[in-house]
Design a protein. Structure first.
Length: 182
């Protein structure tokens, strides 16, 4: 299956989810994340601020904020800047995603764990994003553990891969936690 076809199929499946299914899946996925050694050992974590069709990160951020140092990405041209998460300092940015404000960017070297959204993953840790390459460019510059999170239907057997694609170390859905690289 081609990337565009996978994106179309997953978008349709996401649109069919009930709010209760979205909330339940997010709770299960982030509970699995909380039990990983990668999360327990990390203090500086880059999250994402979820779009309506992604697993919601809001409850998770609220639960752990103050106990862990969270960061969010902010679109800067074709790249992502990393800024500290402060729920009082967010504004709608590129693609209608709430992004942090300010100039206090952080180096990718300071991040120990990156929680990454995607359109789809495969069992080898490959990730298919929305097609702009923001996360691939960012992830190439970090040694942080990369954790992909998504709904079970986003886990496919095999994805088409290109040389610039960055693999996940762990992929978590509501039904599984696959450790590719420990």
């Amino acid at each position: 299956m081609e990337k565009s076809e996978i994106r179309r199929k997953i978008k349709t499946l996401r649109s069919m989810l009930l709010e209760s299914e979205k909330l339940s899946a997010a709770e299960e996925v982030f509970a699995r994340l909380e039990s990983t050694a990668a999360f327990l050992m990390a203090d500086h974590i880059l999250m994402y601020h979820s779009l309506p069709d992604e697993l919601s990160t809001r409850s998770f951020l609220a639960k752990w904020n103050g106990k862990k140092h969270f960061y969010l990405p902010r679109v800067n041209g074709v790249n992502l800047d990393i800024l500290p998460y402060d729920e009082t300092r967010l504004e709608l940015g590129a693609f209608h995603i709430e992004e942090p404000t300010g100039n206090n960017t952080v180096s990718p070297d300071e991040i120990e764990l990156v929680v990454v959204p995607a359109v789809a993953y495969d069992k080898s840790g490959n990730r298919l994003g929305r097609g702009k390459g923001f996360y691939d460019r960012l992830l190439q510059n970090t040694k942080a553990t990369k954790v992909g999170v998504g709904y079970e239907f986003q886990m496919l057997d095999k994805l088409p891969v290109e040389s610039h694609d960055v693999k996940m170390d762990i992929v978590i859905t509501q039904n599984s936690c696959i450790i590719i690289k420990g």
